[in-house]
Design a protein around this ligand. Structure first.
Ligand code: ADP
Ligand code: ADP
Length: 229
């Protein structure tokens, strides 16, 4: 359901004489339910690759397949994915409940279904008692969980994480990492997580995609990539 195939995926930025090839024909097969971390130095193309899977960046060549369906030409909303960003801008004037419900309201999901999904996500994320608060009345960690809640309620086949921890302090980063692990244990949703942080890659990834200079250098378990601790 949430399997992903990348087949000779390319990205060229710019046009005419001023072009830059950010991704050079990458291939990868990701199984349904896997937690994959895309790791590599700044500028190697991690974010570009993730954004192409999300449909936020046009693909210049090759094919991206999600759940057995080529998604190259589909809008983000049609791709059965949800993205968790680094800057998880919540709507400041809306309650936690409404922040989580907003996307579903736009998608015209029936009200009782919205209610059910938000309450379920709030249970998993321990936000059940905070649904009537506004973002300014929450801690940083609680806000981050609301941002994840917005992704969960959409019940996508794939979660995409674009360095969601990089703006957090060390304590909160560790806490949110555990939260994401718990989420994956409970929901088993295929996840692609981008980071430049080796600790995050080792602790979160079942397999790692190691990128460098717009190419995939290696795909393997944390032990394959970093050796045994
Ligand atoms: P990473 O996420 O690994 O830091 P990016 O995917 O953001 O890398 O960027 C990969 C390369 O593509 C970099 O050299 C970057 O400068 C370039 N790049 C990213 N976005 C654009 C853009 N909109 N226009 C031109 N070049 C870009
Ligand atoms: P609307 O008519 O604006 O769609 P509702 O009648 O569904 O809103 O709910 C009114 C407000 O009560 C919502 O804005 C939301 O903040 C809150 N709310 C609704 N359901 C719940 C719930 N199960 N738990 C907590 N708050 C809820």
């Amino acid at each position: 359901m949430g399997s992903i195939s990348l087949r000779q995926v390319e990205k060229t930025y710019g046009a005419g004489a001023r072009t830059f090839k950010a991704i050079h024909g990458v291939d990868a097969e990701i199984a349904d339910g896997e937690f994959i971390v895309i790791v590599g130095p700044s500028g190697c193309g991690k974010s570009t690759l993730l954004r192409m899977v999300a449909g936020l960046e046009e693909i210049s060549g090759g094919e991206i397949d999600i759940g057995g369906r080529v998604v190259n030409r589909l809008e983000p909303a049609e791709r059965d994915i949800a993205m968790v960003f680094q800057n998880y801008a919540l709507y400041p004037h809306m309650t936690v409940f409404d922040n989580m419900a907003y996307g579903l309201k736009i998608a015209k999901v029936p009200k009782d279904e919205i209610q059910r999904r938000v309450e379920k996500a709030a249970g998993i994320l321990e936000l059940g008692t905070l649904l009537q608060r506004r973002p300014r009345e929450l801690s940083g960690g609680q806000r981050q969980r609301v941002a994840m809640g917005r992704a969960i309620v959409r019940q996508p086949a794939v979660f995409l994480f674009d360095e969601p921890l990089s703006n957090l302090d060390a304590k909160l980063r560790a806490q949110t990492r555990l939260e994401i692990q718990k989420l994956h244990r409970e929901l088993g949703v295929t996840s692609l997580f981008v980071t430049h942080d080796q600790v995050e890659a080792m602790t979160l990834g079942q397999r790692l995609i190691v990128m460098n200079g717009g190419r995939i250098e290696q795909i393997g378990t944390p032990e394959d990539v970093y050796g045994r601790p």
